[in-house]
Design a protein around this ligand. Structure first.
Ligand SMILES: [Zn+2]
Length: 336
């Protein structure tokens, strides 16, 4: 959910320069974002940069250029001391600056540029860590493209960081006056959110949307329109948000993944957004909540272009335990 004019300069022209990582690490102006176990440290509302020369053993990659043109590197390090559980809460500003924080904890603290830098760093660090051997022949891979590809010297195949697309959909009633939300079996019953699912092999996004809504909620959809997307590197998802219109009022939970589906009026959504409605809603910075809020505030059918103008809001924190990650989406386990 980052507007094109406010993204990190990724400097693709540097990736092809031979030995660029060694050169930039030796350059005193280069900065490094240190990632350990998917966590970073912050300085206020920015991701902390340190001098590249101050970082010890690490896996390196080029993230891009800072606003002033200086190179920003990823330094992915292996933790040497245990960390507190991720459920720990930031209670003071000092906590935020001293602790290593995960995406779920820091998303609400960062603007779009820093959020994208953070997500890129975490996603790339995870891929570098997990992609050691060639999936075709098993040989050890070599890093290329300043950390953005790996190459197999045995069979010559090249490998890139992957993204797993998942759709998330806000479904409105045929008359446009109600929104359909579902309760995942893992959420305790009160929490309701938009419907979501991973794109299967060979599917278009549209096919996934129709399949997921039919499977999980017994709903047939008419018009579907794109709204916005949000990267979510656990380990490598991209949530692609849509608005859809149901062809009728028929809906029923599948009883397995989804234990309840409910048509909520605009008034019920409004009170739930305010915290005293009939259902709990996902966290403020999740794309699910944005889809719900956009519907509530009347940015409706055919308004996708207007929505993209508003996409610079802070985004990110999607708790895994108490709230939907992004919607009704089961966690996909990492496969190595
Ligand atoms: Zn190979």
């Amino acid at each position: 959910m980052v507007a094109p004019h406010d993204t990190v300069g990724r400097a693709p022209e540097l990736r092809v320069e031979p030995g660029v990582l060694d050169r930039l690490r030796a350059d005193g102006s280069s900065r490094a974002v240190v990632v350990r176990d998917g966590r970073v440290r912050l300085d206020g509302d920015t991701v902390r940069r340190v001098a590249a020369a101050d970082v010890g053993d690490a896996e390196w990659a080029l993230l891009g250029r800072d606003v002033d043109g200086a190179a920003v590197l990823l330094a992915s390090v292996v933790p040497t001391t245990p960390e507190p559980p991720e459920a720990a809460v930031i209670t003071t500003e000092a906590d935020a600056e001293e602790r290593w924080l995960g995406l779920r904890e820091v998303g609400g603290l960062l603007g779009p540029r820093e959020w994208e830098l953070l997500v890129s760093a975490v996603a790339l660090a995870g891929w570098l860590r997990d992609t050691r051997f060639c999936p075709a022949c098993g040989h050890a891979l070599e890093v290329r493209q300043a950390g953005w590809s790996k190459w197999c010297p045995q069979c010559g195949s090249e490998h890139f960081p992957r993204t797993d697309p998942a759709v998330i959909v806000a479904v409105e009633s045929p008359d446009g006056e109600r929104l359909l939300l579902g309760a995942n079996a893992n959420w305790g019953g009160r929490m309701h959110s938009c419907f979501a699912g991973f794109v299967e092999a060979g599917e278009s996004l549209e096919s996934t949307i129709h399949r997921e809504l039919a499977e999980e909620a017994g709903v047939r959809l008419g018009e579907v329109s794109y709204v916005a997307s949000q990267p979510w590197p656990f380990p490598r998802s991209l949530m692609i948000g849509f608005r859809a219109v149901a062809v009728d009022d028929d809906a029923r939970a599948d009883g397995e993944e989804i234990i309840d589906v409910r048509w909520l009026t605009r008034a019920e959504i409004g009170s739930s957004l305010a915290g005293d409605g009939p259902v709990g809603l996902p966290s403020e910075s999740s794309i699910a909540r944005r889809l719900i809020r956009d519907w509530y505030e009347g940015r409706g059918r055919g308004a996708a272009n207007q929505l993209s103008e508003r996409s610079e809001s802070k985004c990110g924190v999607l708790s895994e335990r108490s709230e939907p990650k992004c919607g009704v989406l089961s966690e996909r386990s990492e496969s190595k």
